[in-house]
Ligand binder design. Structure first.
Ligand code: GLU
Length: 420
C-alpha cells in the first residue's frame, strides 16, 4: 500500500530534488525541517449554546526569504502532518515565483463547510487571539485556504487590529475583502495563474497537436475558489469544460458547460449537482475521463498509484495542493503526461497575496489590469524557469520546480549564515 501521509510525501518530493541541488547535506537537512510548530487548543461557543473545544495548528516552515506566509484551512481532515506538508509547499511555492516570503500553513480541525457564520467567526477570533505575537505583518501573514475566505480574513484582521491599536495592521493577512484592504484579482488569482501556466504549456508544445486553449476539453475536480474560477477562465478562453465535481457530486456534459451559469447554479443550490444539460457521473470516474487538461482543484492524494495508469488527460495542472502522489508522478512521467506541479500551478494565489501586502504597506490600491499584468509576468517567468530545468536535467516538472526553489532558499540561507 502506498504511504499517503502528506508529510512523508513532502519529504519524498524534497529528497528527489535535493540530489540535484549543490548545497551541503546539513543545509539541505535544515531546509527539510519546519522552524516552528504551534498547536493550540481553544474553546468556541456554538449556536446551540454549547462550548466546543477545537484544535488549531500553525506550522512556520521557513522564513529565510521573508515573513512566513500561507493560508489557513478549516476542515475535518486537518492533521499536524498535513499542515507540516502544506507549510513546506508554501516555502517552495513562494521561492518558485520569487516573491519575498517564506512558507507557513495553518489549520483548524472543524467542519468548515457546515459551521454557521457566527461559529466560524467565534473560532477565528479565538484562534487569532491565541496565536498572539506568532503572527504579524512582518512575522507571519495568513491567507484563505480550504473553507476559509475573504470574510474569514476580515475577522482575522479585525481581531489582530483590536489587539494592536495605533498601527497599520492591514498587511497581517491577505485575501481580505476589497473594501477592507483586499486586492483586485486576489479572489481569482489561483485560477488565473493556473490557466496562465496551461497556456504556456500549450505554447511550449507540451500537449501534442494542441495549439491553443480554445477548443480543448477541460475537466475540473473541485469547485471552490480555485476550481470554479479555473473553469470560468477556461470557458472564457474558448475551452470546453466537459466535467466538474464538488464535495457532493460530479457532473458531465460532453459538449461543454457555461462556467458562469454553473457558478450561479452552485451559488443558488449549494452544489454543481443537477446543472441543466449535465448528467451525473461517479466522482471517482471524473479523474479518468479522456480530456486535454485535467485540473485537480480539491484536496491532496487524488491521483495515486491506484489510478495513475488510468488517467487519460494529456496535461495535469494542479490547482490544489498535493493532489498527486510521488508514485503517481512517476507513472505519469513514464506515460508522457506532463504535470504542472502545485508549487507552480497554484502559486498565483500567493503572488497576488504579495501584491496585496505591498499595497497595504504603501497604502495604495492598484487597478485590476495592473495586478493581472504583474501576475502574468511572474507566472510566465516561473513556468519557463521550471520547464527549462526539467528539460535540461531531464527531471519531472515537480522535481524541477523543487530544484529551483530549494536552490533559491539554500543560497539565501548560506548568505545569512547561522546567528547567533
Ligand atoms: N492558501 C493558498 C495557497 O495554498 C494561498 C496562500 C497565500 O496567499 O498566502 O497557496
Amino acid at each position: 500500500m502506498e504511504d499517503l501521509n502528506p508529510f512523508h510525501i513532502a519529504n519524498q518530493q524534497f529528497a528527489r530534488a535535493a540530489r540535484h541541488v549543490p548545497a551541503h547535506d546539513a543545509l539541505l537537512e535544515s531546509l527539510a525541517r519546519p522552524e516552528r510548530i504551534i498547536q493550540i487548543e481553544f474553546p468556541a461557543k456554538m449556536d446551540n449554546g454549547s462550548i466546543k473545544m477545537f484544535t488549531g495548528f500553525r506550522v512556520q516552515h521557513n522564513n529565510a526569504r521573508g515573513p512566513f506566509k500561507g493560508g489557513v484551512r478549516y476542515h475535518t481532515s486537518v492533521t499536524l502532518d498535513e499542515v507540516l506538508a502544506l507549510s513546506s509547499w508554501m516555502t517552495w511555492k513562494t521561492a518558485v515565483v520569487d516573491v519575498p516570503f517564506g512558507g507557513a500553513k495553518g489549520g483548524v480541525v472543524c467542519d468548515g463547510k457546515r459551521l454557521s457564520v457566527d461559529e466560524k467567526r467565534a473560532i477565528t477570533r479565538r484562534f487569532v487571539t491565541q496565536l498572539g505575537p506568532s503572527i504579524g505583518p512582518m512575522v507571519d501573514v495568513p491567507a484563505p485556504d480550504v473553507y476559509t475566505d475573504a470574510a474569514t480574513m476580515a475577522w482575522f484582521y479585525d481581531t489582530y487590529d483590536m489587539m494592536h491599536k495605533g498601527q497599520n495592521n492591514l498587511p497581517v493577512v491577505t485575501g481580505k475583502p476589497l473594501e477592507l484592504g483586499g486586492s483586485h484579482g486576489r479572489a481569482t488569482a489561483t485560477a488565473r495563474g493556473c490557466i496562465f501556466c496551461v497556456e504556456e504549456a500549450i505554447g511550449r508544445g507540451l500537449i501534442d497537436g494542441v495549439r491553443s486553449l480554445a477548443g480543448t476539453r477541460v475537466v475540473v475536480q473541485g469547485f471552490g475558489n480555485a476550481g470554479s474560477y479555473a473553469a470560468m477562465f477556461a470557458h472564457q478562453a474558448g475551452a470546453r469544460v466537459i466535467a466538474v465535481s464538488d464535495s457532493s457530486a460530479a457532473i458531465m456534459a460532453a459538449g461543454g458547460m457555461d462556467a458562469d451559469q454553473l457558478i450561479a447554479h452552485k451559488e443558488r443550490t449549494g452544489s454543481v449537482a443537477g446543472f441543466p444539460g449535465s448528467s451525473p457521473i461517479p466522482p471517482a470516474e471524473l479523474l479518468e475521463l479522456e480530456c486535454d487538461v485535467l485540473i485537480p482543484a480539491a484536496l491532496e492524494n487524488q491521483i495515486t498509484e491506484a489510478n495513475a495508469a488510468r488517467i487519460r488527460a494529456k496535461l495535469v495542472a494542479e490547482a490544489a495542493n498535493g493532489p498527486t502522489t510521488p508514485a503517481a508522478d512517476t507513472v505519469l512521467h513514464q506515460r508522457g503526461i506532463p504535470v504542472i506541479p502545485d508549487i507552480l500551478a497554484n502559486a498565483g494565489g500567493v503572488t497576488v497575496s504579495y501584491y496585496e501586502w505591498v499595497q497595504n504597506i504603501q497604502d495604495e490600491q492598484w487597478d485590476p489590469e495592473t495586478v493581472d499584468a504583474k501576475l502574468r509576468r511572474k507566472m510566465v517567468r516561473a513556468f519557463h524557469s521550471v520547464f527549462d530545468i526539467a528539460a535540461d536535467k531531464r527531471l519531472e516538472p515537480r522535481t524541477a520546480a523543487y530544484v529551483l526553489a530549494v536552490d533559491r532558499v539554500a543560497r539565501v540561507t548560506e548568505m545569512r549564515g547561522i546567528w547567533p
